[in-house]
Design a protein around this ligand. Structure first.
Ligand code: DCP
Ligand code: CA
Ligand code: CA
Length: 634
């Protein structure tokens, strides 16, 4: 659910940086002979030459698009180079691209708060750096503006006369500009410097948007690609938004955007200006109404989070056409592979970053009987995440069986699965000073940071308000408890039952009983109370529960979070209690993770977490210093 956050009083300088045709650039760095050539990265399968997932700008000129198959790309661009994504365990292995993204983040995060927003993009809060530049070394001489900054695109400045660069230089040095625009000019210079550093140190080009908030920065970062940056002065905001189609706006790509078009006749963000805040609240609820009223005016208070690591980890695989999985054995085989990869990534996150994931979610696409497109979707299922490959595999299979049970609705019919994904989310840092918990998790013989074995475990997910439990190592694990996402109008209910009825099989220990863990206990109880607060503040999703009937509430359900209502443990037939509620926040899923999942699942999840990507507008002229770096070789 979009929530309007108050815009800070002080002007900010925010940048959104997105890598150009990212996977292609990574492959071009590995194989420099591909530079300047029409190239695409394909996720290979033997159907029509595999699916394209990244396309170079040279290939885009021929009309090659991401949605194409390799064979179709060759038809429109016979000279195209198709590079296969590395494969491990029968599926794409994206580690190469992930670590290339991290190289870039390491550079971009040097000038201020940096939020890694996906595998190839970040937000930067450059306010302090811009203020410092304005104080210490303000741009005052147009001739001294370095070239990359002078190539900026400034919204509102004439761009097609021969004097574009001269105008930009003059704009960046304007003495009569207001304080906000002066800061923005400094921001543009800093971003240009960062982009040049990224190129020099990684050989990658990127594009950027620079504005007073995240929303505007993101909206313009793809406006001039590749290897260019776009600045939004305050005075240009209204004109820019006036003609911006609603579907291009973050969070309006899905049902909310369609409702604005169909129910209110709003086609552009500017069209929203004719509605009062009260009217929008009446139609879409208080939060969403206020949010819409604000975005129409270019107002967005959303802060750049200080986060360089992903919010979740996910692995998925599609099984198109004849490859569909039709029995438990083949599903188990693939889930085992996916969980093996997930486990490796969780383990390295734990070792390198001291982070623990709490929730395991399984998504699948399925059809049953003779229906090609089942009306009913396979319900996504979640449970507390247990570390160790074997446990992940076991739990994922149980989630699958539970989902399948609901999907089939007790019908005894054939079924087939066309995609599977597992996601680990709700990741939190183990606070410093709590190294003992790590040792405890890893077991007494694991001081040299070994892999977690199947017999080790981590603190399990907890309903708020309950004590935190740690499963002692080497004890037999309990069955996971299941939660459920029911399909409906983008509303889901997640249930979590902490322990099954056969709890006597193990003796969960309170964390407070574990020596040396008091600080993590405090940390975790803080975390849980945040969850409580968030629920209250958002007054979130109502789903089939009471109170969901009003029009406004329904509208708020276009949401980004899913309220968890406790339900019975599906498999073990656990008791129905309403006290153990917890929240599965869709925002815990990193967009970059979604990009790695099978397309059908991406579409489904992206409907919850973000609108479709802003179209990359152009294969525009390549004249900037950075883009000429990769000019085709003659
Ligand atoms: N990606 C993917 N599947 C998708 C979307 C993206 O595997 N459905 C991968 C390949 C891309 C990378 O993520 O290279 C970044 O995605 P972007 O949407 O940012 O697209 P590109 O970086 O490829 O191109 P652009 O220059 O338009 O940003
Ligand atoms: Ca990109
Ligand atoms: Ca991107």
């Amino acid at each position: 659910m979009p929530v309007a956050r108050p815009e800070p009083q002080e002007p900010r300088v925010i940048a959104h940086v997105d890598m150009d045709c990212f996977y292609v650039q990574v492959e071009q760095r590995r194989s420099p002979e591909l530079r300047g050539q029409p190239t695409a990265v394909v996720q290979y399968n033997d159907w029509k030459g595999g699916g394209l997932i990244a396309v170079s700008y040279e290939a885009r000129k021929f009309g090659v698009k991401r949605s194409m198959r390799g064979d179709d790309a060759k038809r429109v661009c016979p000279g195209i180079n198709l590079v296969q994504v590395p494969v491990a365990r029968g599926k794409a292995d994206l580690n190469l691209y992930r670590s290339a993204g991290s190289e870039v983040v390491a550079i971009l995060s040097s000038k201020g708060k940096c939020e890694r927003a996906s595998i190839d993009e970040v937000y930067l809060d450059l306010t302090d750096a811009a203020k410092e530049m304005l104080l210490q070394a303000p741009p005052d001489s147009p001739e001294q503006i370095f070239e990359e900054a002078a190539k900026s695109n400034i919204l509102g400045l004439p761009s097609d006369d021969g004097d574009k660069e001269k105008n930009v230089r003059a704009w960046l040095c304007r003495v009569d500009a207001d304080y906000q625009d002066k800061l923005l000019a400094c921001g543009a210079i800093i971003v240009a410097q960062l982009r040049v550093r990224v190129l020099e140190e990684t050989q990658f080009t990127c594009s950027a948007g620079i504005a007073h908030n995240k929303m505007l920065a993101k909206l313009v970062s793809g406006m001039h690609k590749p290897a260019q940056q776009t600045v939004v002065p305050s005075s240009s905001v209204q004109d820019f938004l006036a003609s911006l189609p609603v579907k291009k706006m973050k969070q309006l790509g899905g049902k909310l955007g369609s409702s604005l078009q169909d129910d209110l006749g709003v086609d552009t963000i500017g069209d929203l200006l004719s509605f009062t805040e009260e009217k929008l609240q009446e139609c879409y609820g208080v939060n969403t109404g206020t949010w819409l009223w604000k975005i129409a005016r270019g107002i967005s208070g959303e802060e750049v989070e200080d986060r360089l690591l992903p919010k979740s980890h996910g692995c998925g695989k599609t099984f198109p056409g004849p490859k569909a999985l039709k029995n438990n054995t083949s599903v188990k085989g693939w889930l085992d592979q996916l969980c093996e990869e997930l486990s490796e990534r969780l383990q390295s996150d734990l070792n390198q970053n001291k982070r623990i994931a709490q929730t395991l979610t399984l998504h699948a696409r399925a059809s049953k009987g003779n229906e090609r497109d089942s009306v009913k979707k396979f319900p996504s299922k979640s449970c507390p995440l247990r570390y160790g490959t074997g446990k992940l595999q076991e739990d994922a299979m149980k989630l699958f069986e539970s989902g399948l049970h609901d999907f089939l609705d007790s019908q005894n019919t054939k079924w087939s699965i066309t995609s599977l994904s597992v996601i680990a989310s709700k990741i939190f840092d183990i606070p410093s000073g709590t190294s003992s918990i790590l040792k405890y998790i890893k077991g007494p013989n694991s001081t040299a940071a070994p892999s977690l074995s199947d017999s080790s475990s981590i603190p399990e997910d907890q309903p708020p308000g309950n004590n935190l439990y740690v499963t002692p190592i080497h004890e037999e694990q309990c069955e996971p408890s299941f939660s459920e996402k029911e399909d409906g109008d983008s509303v889901s209910v997640i249930s979590a039952k902490q322990y099954p009825a056969n709890e006597g099989k193990r003796t969960p220990k309170k964390l407070s009983e574990v020596k040396g863990t008091s600080s993590i206990l405090k940390f975790l109880s803080r975390g849980q109370s945040t969850i409580h607060e968030k629920r209250k503040a958002d007054g979130l999703i109502c789903s089939q529960g009471p109170g969901s009937s009003s029009q406004a509430n329904k509208a708020e359900e276009h949401g980004r979070s899913i309220q968890a209502a406790d339900r019975s443990n599906i498999n073990s037939g656990g008791d129905q209690s309403t006290s153990n509620t917890w929240m599965f926040n869709i925002e815990d899923i990193d967009p970059s993770v979604v990009e790695e999942l099978p397309p059908e699942i991406q579409r489904e999840i992206q409907g919850w977490i973000r609108p479709p990507k802003q179209a990359s507008t152009s294969t525009k002229r390549r004249g900037s210093t950075i883009s000429s770096y990769f000019a085709p070789k003659n």
